[in-house]
Write a protein that binds this ligand. Sequence first.
Ligand SMILES: *Cc1c(COP(=O)(O)O)cnc(C)c1O
Length: 414
Amino acid sequence: MTPDFSIKNLDTLRNTDELLAIGNETITPNYAPQPVIFTHGKGTTLWDHDGKAYLDCIAGIAVSALGHAHPELTQALQDQVAKLLHTSNLYFNENQILLQEMLSKCCFADRFFFANSGAEANEAAIKLARRYQKSVAGRSTKVNIVAAHQSFHGRTMGAIAATGQPKYWEGFEPLPPAFQHVPFNDVDALASVVDDDTCAVLLEPLQGESGVRPAAPGYFQAVREICDRTGAILILDEVQCGVGRLGTLWAYEQLGIEPDIATWAKGIAGGVPMGIMAVREKHAHGFQKASHATTFGGNPLACRAALVVLQTLQQPGFLNNVQIQGEALRQGLRRLQESQPAIVDVRGAGLLVGAELKAGLALPVVGAARERGLLVNMAGPNTIRFAPPLIVNEDDIECAIQRFAAALAACDRP
Ligand SMILES: *Cc1c(COP(=O)(O)O)cnc(C)c1O
């Protein structure tokens, strides 16, 4: 008899343990999912297969910017699914044009390439920078890409070559050549490697994956000057920290400079896969007809979602709430730190917040928090990352701190 693969059967006829067993036997071993299966969500709450509720303070790694089942996003997507899903980049679609127009009015850039993930947006940025230096600037030796230690730029071959953490590329060599790395927040180190052969400098405004590490004051002004002096293209990877996450629409607004190229993904379409590479007119001409493309990029569904997200983020008070709740979260964690020496440091900006813990605690705390109905994750070996939906309120923040405190107390027994 053919097995019944209907969702109803998955939901009702098998329990969580049975589903987890099947999942763990059939997923490629590069993932180690936590023992929970989510079935639905609303706002900042997620429910699992057993009906237990969780406060979501990770938002699918800074993706679900408007929370779960946001009414306007849901309505827009339902409407779009019934109208048109895909036509390819052989043609324009209306949503894509509207999104390009909206973006051109609310950020530094003039032109936009739509992709499906952060890594793909970074690949596009790297390829564009290389091709610009060769074909527009006429500098065939200007090929080196300088990035930072502890950076994260995604999992494609180009993106791991750019990523300054060996654990992401070991075993996958040979990597694409001509990527160099320098310590983050170190102006002298950058100045000493950027020269006439530097194609681009690729940096995160705030390093997310390696432990929520903000830029030092003045660092990016110096980076901008070094790039201007040498003709290197400044690429900012805002995949995690852009799109309202830091309390401004784009992360570069906090740095006092503008990039030549920026990449956005994660939260940009509220959970629908999308990446964007944004570029000024001048550098955009590194691409010519057919020099780069993707089948799915800019499809009507993703663009419709991004339009709703960007409209919502630009409503009066929305980004202010991100700043207020982010500050409340950091303050609450710092207050907890006074009585909890297991917290080594509290960092971040907006609603991307890191609590660095004593070595060995972060992993058990993630599990203990989940058991207490709080979802957070690890960024780097010792840091707990909070990246809740941008719609959190003060009650959510208070609840998050209470549950985190309980989880920490349970794990920090001598
Ligand atoms: C998540 C992330 C990426 C990769 O995005 P994917 O959508 O997983 O390809 C790239 N850069 C930064 C800074 C990220 O946080």
